[in-house]
Design a protein around this ligand. Structure first.
Ligand code: PGA
Length: 238
């Protein structure tokens, strides 16, 4: 049985730390000792410390963004080194919502990728398609393949408040397979490629078995412990 990666992107939710702890506790209980899945929960920065005690077994913690410098005069930013020192192992980079709302460019993502892998974080790199992946990887050090998980996430498929239309598994399959080829060529190894965009407990299996994804990045469906636990269990059976 292959191990699948399920990444929970909580985005800018929930509004209180008590609620974040309630969701996390529900997920930890719901998933139990599920085998065959690795689950990375990515809450807002503010909740990382409070959720650290839950990062054990198949569950680990990730952040949703970081800056490209280690420290210094960069008001409002958080560095990959700070996250690593806190006990956070993974980092989402390049999410399309950052491009859309904050003007994040592929150049910025490239710099962040380098800084994060140097700091020892595993990067969950979101890209729209294979062409964007190639652009970001230009000049990337061949040694970062081990610290990389890539997500094929068409921005139009991302849900808005939990309602969206996922890409068809057959279309996703083409893009995922091109991405795997690019990654093999760049790093000489298999780098996991996930699918993201309106994933739920009902469609997760089709992305794993039909589209050939190695897991999924889950937004809104990761905020409800029962839904998310059901999704992880479905995924672990593939
Ligand atoms: P969604 O979000 O699952 O709510 O579509 C995915 C993401 O943007 O990370």
């Amino acid at each position: 049985m292959k191990k699948v990666f399920i990444v929970a992107n909580w985005k800018m939710n929930p509004q209180r730390v008590e609620e974040a702890e309630r969701i996390m506790e529900g997920i930890a209980e719901g998933i139990g000792d599920v085998k065959g899945a690795e689950v990375v929960i990515c809450p807002p920065f503010l909740f990382l410390s409070s959720l650290l005690p839950y990062a054990k077994g198949v569950i680990s913690l990730g952040a949703q963004n970081a800056f490209w410098e280690k420290e210094g005069a960069f008001t409002g930013e958080v560095s990959p080194v700070m996250l690593k020192n806190l006990g956070c192992g993974s980092l989402i980079l390049g999410h399309s919502e950052r491009k859309k709302h904050l003007g994040e460019t592929l150049d910025m993502v490239r710099k962040k990728l380098e800084a994060a892998t140097t700091a020892g974080l595993r990067v969950i790199l979101c890209v729209e398609n294979a062409s964007e992946l190639s652009q970001i990887l230009q000049g990337a050090d061949a040694s970062i393949g081990n610290s990389l998980v890539v997500v094929h996430e068409p921005s139009w498929a991302i849900s808005s408040s939990g309602k969206g239309n996922a890409e068809s598994p057959s279309l996703a399959k083409k893009e995922i397979s091109s991405m795997k080829d690019i990654l093999k060529e760049a790093f000489g190894m298999e780098v996991p490629v996930l699918y993201g965009g309106s994933v739920d407990a009902a469609n997760i299996r089709s992305f794993l078995s039909e589209a050939g994804a190695d897991g999924a990045l889950v937004g809104y469906a990761s905020l409800d412990p029962a839904t998310f636990s059901a999704l992880v269990k479905e995924a672990s059976l593939v």
